[in-house]
Each structure stands twice: as C-alpha cells, then as structure tokens.
Design a protein around this ligand. Structure first.
Ligand code: SF4
Ligand code: SF4
Length: 139
C-alpha cells in the first residue's frame, strides 16, 4: 500500500514529530544533494540521505519506517556529521536521522537482539562499541 501525498501528510503529525525531535525545519532543504555526495555510507544505503529528507518533508511515514525503502538509510547513518557540515541550508541531517530512529524506537521497534550476539564476538568487541550500539538500537 502506498501513501498518497496530500496536505494531511505534508502538514501531518509525522512531519511535526520529526521537526519537534530534531529541531530542524524540513522545508529548509532545497534538495541540492550535497549531503548525499559527501556521505561515506551512501554506497551501502538503499536510499540517499537527500531522498530521506525529501520523503520526510512529504510525510511519507511508510517509506521511512520498518520495511520502507528509506529504512536502511535511517539505521545505517553513522551520525558522522559530514552532511551537516556540507549543507548550504544549515539543515542538521544527522538530527533528522536520529529523530526518525527515535520515532521507531518509541513505537517499540527493537533493532538489536543482544541474546543473538555470539558470546565469542561479545568478548572480542570493544565494550564501548556494544554500549554505543545498545544506545542507538534499543529504546
Ligand atoms: S545538503 Fe542540505 S539542502 Fe542539500 S539536499 Fe542535503 S539536507 Fe537538503
Ligand atoms: S551523518 Fe549520516 S547521512 Fe550524514 S554523512 Fe554521516 S552517515 Fe551520511
């Protein structure tokens, strides 16, 4: 099922929630693509960061949450800030990505199963990496 673009989606609760959590004005983005051009993780993403913010502007919740085309981008984003430093419009895209993750976590999505982590790997990984992932992927 696809969500139709309408005034109800563009000015809907999903867009307001993203803007409230991120503190960003989504409509400030003019789709120049500078963020995507500088993103070090873009090659692994199903959708470019600039496409994610476009869908966020339009309130395309289905595409940006679990199972949607933008979902991998939201979770692969490493919060490296490269896009934020390149954006000519002053959009802090990592905050938008974090808001999209928070929205899913608040709705009960769990992105990391600690019990599925092999004990050998758990012993080998730096503790800070596990704690960092725990904070990012669990509510
Ligand atoms: S660099 Fe900024 S203005 Fe350009 S597409 Fe990315 S978020 Fe939008
Ligand atoms: S903060 Fe995320 S979206 Fe922005 S450049 Fe880094 S990995 Fe890409």
């Amino acid at each position: 099922m696809h969500t139709l673009i309408s005034i109800d989606t563009v000015r809907g609760p999903f867009v307001r929630e993203i803007e409230e959590i991120s503190g960003q004005n989504l409509l400030a983005c003019n789709q120049c693509g500078m963020c995507s051009a500088g993103c070090p993780v873009a090659s692994a993403m199903d959708m470019l960061p600039s496409q994610v913010i476009r869908l966020a502007q339009l309130g395309m919740e289905e595409a940006l949450t679990a199972g949607g085309r933008g979902d991998t981008t939201v979770w692969l984003c490493a919060s490296c800030l490269a896009c934020a430093t390149r954006c000519p419009k002053g959009v802090d895209l990592p905050r938008v990505m974090e808001a999209l993750r928070q929205i899913q976590l608040r709705r009960g999505a769990v992105r990391m199963d600690l019990d599925a982590l092999p004990p050998q790997l758990a012993r080998a990984l730096p503790q800070v990496a596990i704690v960092g992932a725990y904070r990012k992927y669990l509510k």
